[in-house]
Design a protein around this ligand. Sequence first.
Ligand code: G3P
Ligand code: CA
Length: 321
Amino acid sequence: MLVSFFRITGIALLLAAIVPVLPLTGFGQYPRHRKINIAHRGASAYAPEHTLAAYRLAIEQGADYVEPDLQLTKDGVLVCLHDATLERTTDVRQVYPDRGRVEMVNGHLRTVWPVVEFTLEEIKRLDAGTWFSAQYAGERIPTLQEMLDAVRGKAGIYPEMKHPARYAALGLDMPRSLVEVLKNNGLDRPGADPRTPVIIQSFDADSLRRLRRLGCQLPLVFLVDDEAPGNWISPAGMRRIRRFAVGVAPSKRIVAKTPEVVRWARAAGLSVTLYTFKSGDTGNFPDVTAEMEHFLYKLGVDAVFTNHPDRFPREQPPELW
Ligand code: G3P
Ligand code: CA
């Protein structure tokens, strides 16, 4: 009796140790046949970020995937916007001068117009293009549905759930909303539309775990910030990420400082995607293409988010052979 107790307990302990590092079979995998060019907020170096104009230009420039950051409106609609507030990239100050609220942001008092305090109809009155250039006057904040309609069949989509915990505290379930939109479009399964693969990313591990609990089998990628890397940047950290994601996406600064991350991620079975490559932030590299070449072909990462999809180096340059 005692022997069989120890045998069963031993097997249970062994399983508990092994199961978390088993490959996530059945879930969509990260594409590995070539390096991946992800248009960060669309072709955002050339057109106002997160507008249909920026997404269309990204496709023209050869992006493999287009990235929408996602926020939720007061009436629960997913819209494409990086910030949780509207004032940086729209004319909300002029259109709704009395709807701003004063908040402490990074130690400073600022007036902000949170997306979640506006209905979709109200948000659609805002101009999201003029701040960038008069040429784009009249561009609107797109819904995720409008983004999908513009991109489908032409590129993949790589949505990022922004601030899912903040929305959950307000009773809005961002992972569920995302799954519903994808399902309505027949894009909720790996391989559903080979011309429009979907990969979901977030800085919030719990939101990715929640997607799995909701039955989402799409490839999930976990973002790691260089200013708040938590305890993920280690061989053990990579193995923990593999329990809920198929890829890790650290800031490029993390990999510049600790290039071993790529090896640790590979050993754990994770793909590696880096953010963000843009002119004016290329460190010692002469230009953004040279910087992407270094990380893609010298350090061996799989994919990059870039504001310049037209500058993506498809081939390994001879000097890095
Ligand atoms: O999602 C990758 C990268 O876009 C993360 O940074 O702030 O541009 O969303 P952010
Ligand atoms: Ca993003």
